[in-house]
Design a protein around this ligand. Structure first.
Ligand code: ADP
Ligand code: MG
Length: 708
């Protein structure tokens, strides 16, 4: 085995060394055997340089340490054999509609018949005399036969030690590029270049080169593990000596990816702490007391705890950077209002950024209701409303003020001075850049505003560390008392008549309802898949629910129309809102107790949970009915989770497991989840290790250069 280690033996067919010095940054065309055609193929795999080739990850491995002699094959036992083709041909039968291709493979011990049904083109791929490696289960011994085995044809001039007698990598391929060719190329490249791969974060990770191939190393927990060097990891990634060393290598490379990200995140935080000062905004309690008394309900324990955390941050000289996580309905807006009030009391202005006009409008209304009686003006700025600077009735001249708006707040022309606090609602709808733009607007000299970002999307911890590693986290884990229960029911399409009947009953009892469809307008594909669109179904729903008034709401309506429909729904003039997911955030109507979501299989669990958060806001029992069109078992099993739990974190974990991070992180941030070796779900421990290593490293850096 040791003699086949690519660092120790040169294959007999190795090319002569070329004159120009080649390194990791060299184009692949500098490698032996890579001409313009191979270059194009590699480029399709995202490989342009030697380094990129070294980081091309096998998608699986095949254990070929034991190559059997054909004579020793046993019935039903999967084995690899290697030999030469001595005969081959196609037979057709049933008047040419069926065929079988067969070749006979011979080694020095015997012969094996390999057969494939209805793949006659194989005749053009194999020829008598070819060397072939075959992997499969013998299904007959007299004569020895394998049906549909896996094969790999030897390439002319290749070094067989890359492909035989070892654990071999199996790579993702592209058209025209055979597995053997790519493996041979990697074999030579790993041998020549992997020693040049340097430690990207040298000094951070404890390294023990001698243990690079120690299969026991993976049994150590990552936190106390001694890791192989990156050079050794690259080699073991492609040509491991033990099955475990490939996994150890992957983890080593994943660790580097996580460290890279953690360093970026934590440096951002460190720069903040060193270069700017906050405006002390802990408040005076002068207006806070009457404000809380006017609410008519006490704060929940969770709200009080979080507000203590926020007050401590706002009083400090380092600007607050805090994420407030709380399930839909947990009362985040009120926490934001209290934080805003502390800031206003301290004499500074506040800006609030919301992802949609509906939500911005709703927040503006709440804040105005709460703050104008206290003498603070609240302005609205969205794409369709210019910033209105008229003073609200009763506002004190030169009193601190508040701006609420959408992306429009970020525009260049909008000036917001003396900002003490920036609040971002539904943070996951924005990217880090937008967050920073708003904070920067509030900067003057060394003063930077505090930042509070809020989200109802429950983020599993590893993902949180990755996306929000530079933020402190507060969790509202308590729903205010006096809310009715929400029951969730998964139904088939056939049950729809009964569902509509149920909705009509609820409307007759004075309740209101949401009906949610995935699309605004119907496309041809949608029609074929029976995916419903609100504009198409509007007339039908109106007719079905007569005499109850139905309103239509979707993202493509003009802002005034959205606002007037929402207003009519809030006042009860409209009983039913037929809507797309525009209602998933911010809409707060306590009398709405029914939600019907059709084509529910089109949505992620977290999104369904968010939508479901629109009901159950009053004292009545509420019902969420999920109707699935495509009754595949997986889709239904996924939706059934909704029936069983109202715990947003559990749903997020389920979504994360079933559908990956895309949906949870939102479009703006999906790049953060694009790891080649790391997996945020299964590598939790590694993420934690990377975080600690990065932390310790930055602390050392500070000690080493205190003046920076
Ligand atoms: P979310 O966390 O989803 O943003 P909201 O802030 O919209 O939740 O709060 C949902 C509803 O609960 C609002 O009508 C709000 O006034 C109300 N609410 C908030 N805090 C409390 C509380 N402590 N007791 C009772 N109701 C509350
Ligand atoms: Mg909210």
């Amino acid at each position: 085995m040791a003699s086949q280690d690519p660092t120790r033996s040169r294959p007999p067919s190795a090319p002569p060394p070329v004159a120009a010095p080649r390194n990791l940054a060299s184009p692949v065309t500098d490698l032996w055997g890579v001409g313009p055609e191979r270059q194009r193929q590699l480029e399709r795999l995202g490989i342009r340089t030697v380094a990129e080739l070294l980081y091309h990850r096998p998608h699986r491995y095949e254990d070929r340490r034991k190559v059997a002699r054909i004579r020793d094959l046993e019935l039903g036992v999967p084995m690899t054999v290697h030999g030469h083709i001595v005969a081959a041909g196609v037979k057709t039968f049933r008047k040419g509609t069926k065929s079988v291709y067969e070749f006979v493979l011979e080694d020095d011990s015997g012969r094996l018949h390999c057969r494939w049904w209805n793949l006659p083109f194989l005749e053009r791929i194999f020829a008598v005399g070819d060397g072939v490696t075959v992997y499969g289960k013998p299904n007959g011994l007299k004569p020895r036969t394998m049906d549909h085995p896996e094969t790999e044809k030897a390439e002319p001039g290749e070094d067989p030690s890359a492909h035989m007698g070892r654990i071999v990598p199996v790579y993702p391929l592209t058209e025209g590029l055979p597995q053997r060719v790519l493996r041979g190329l990697l074999y030579r490249t790993v041998q020549e270049f992997s020693p040049q791969v340097s430690e990207p974060h040298s000094g951070l990770v404890s390294i023990q080169p001698a243990q690079a191939e120690d299969p026991l190393a993976t049994m150590q927990p990552p936190a106390t593990r001694v890791w192989p060097t990156v050079a050794a990891a690259v080699q073991a990634l492609h040509f491991p000596e033990h099955p475990e060393s490939a996994e150890l290598a992957r983890q080593r490379l994943a660790l580097d990816e996580f460290i890279e990200l953690q360093l970026t995140i934590q440096r951002r935080r460190q720069n903040l702490e060193r270069s700017v000062t906050a405006r002390p905004s802990g408040g005076t309690n002068v207006r806070m007391k009457p404000f809380l008394a006017s609410l008519g309900f006490p704060l929940t324990g969770a709200q009080q705890r979080v507000l203590r955390e926020i007050r401590a941050d706002l009083s400090a000289s380092v600007p607050m950077r805090r994420l407030l996580q709380g399930d839909v309905g947990s009362g985040k807006t009120l926490v934001a209002a209290c934080a805003a009030l502390m800031t206003l009391e301290s004499g500074w202005n506040v800006a609030v950024l919301a992802p949609t006009e509906i939500l911005a409008g709703q927040l503006r209304r709440n804040f105005e209701r709460w703050f104008s009686p206290l003498g603070f003006a609240v302005h609205l700025r969205t794409g369709s409303t210019r910033l209105q600077h008229e003073r609200a009735a009763g506002a004190i001249l030169d009193a601190p003020q508040m701006w609420v708006g959408t992306h429009a707040l970020l525009e260049d022309g909008v000036v917001m001075d003396r900002l003490g606090l920036v609040i971002i609602d539904e943070q996951h709808k924005f990217g880090v850049t937008q967050r920073e733009t708003l904070v920067r607007k509030g900067r003057t000299g060394v003063h930077s505003p505090h930042l509070l970002v809020m989200t109802a999307t429950p983020i599993p911890r590893t993902l949180g560390l990755t996306l929000y590693g530079d933020l402190d986290v507060s969790v509202l884990d308590e729903i205010p008392a006096g809310r009715g229960r929400v029951r969730t029911h998964v139904r088939e399409r056939g049950a729809l008549p009964k569902v509509w009947q149920f909705i009509t009953q609820q409307l007759a009892a004075g309740r209101q309802a949401y009906v949610v469809y995935p699309r605004v307008n119907e496309s041809e594909q949608d029609e074929a898949k029976e995916i419903k669109a609100v504009t198409k179904e509007f007339a039908r729903v109106q007719a079905a629910l007569k005499p109850h008034a139905v309103g239509l709401l979707h993202g493509q309506l003009p802002a005034e129309e959205k606002e007037s429909v929402m207003q009519a729904f809030r006042t009860g003039a409209i009983k039913v809102l037929l809507a797309t997911t525009v209602i998933e955030i911010g809409v707060d109507v306590a009398n709405a107790t029914v939600m019907l979501i059709e084509n529910a299989e089109q949505f992620g669990l977290v999104q369904l949970h968010q939508l479901r958060g629109r009901i159950g806001r009053g004292a009545h029992e509420s019902h969420c009915i999920l109707v699935a069109e495509s009754r595949t078992e997986a889709a239904v099993a996924r939706l059934k989770v909704m029936e069983e739990t109202a715990d947003g974190f559990a749903l997020a974990e389920a979504d994360f497991r079933l559908r990956g991070p895309g949906e949870l992180v939102g479009h703006a941030q999906s790049g953060a989840a694009g790891f080649r070796f790391g997996n945020l779900h299964s590598d939790r421990n590694l993420v934690e290790v990377a975080r600690d290593l990065a932390k310790r490293h930055l602390r050392r850096e500070v000690k080493a250069s205190p003046s920076r």
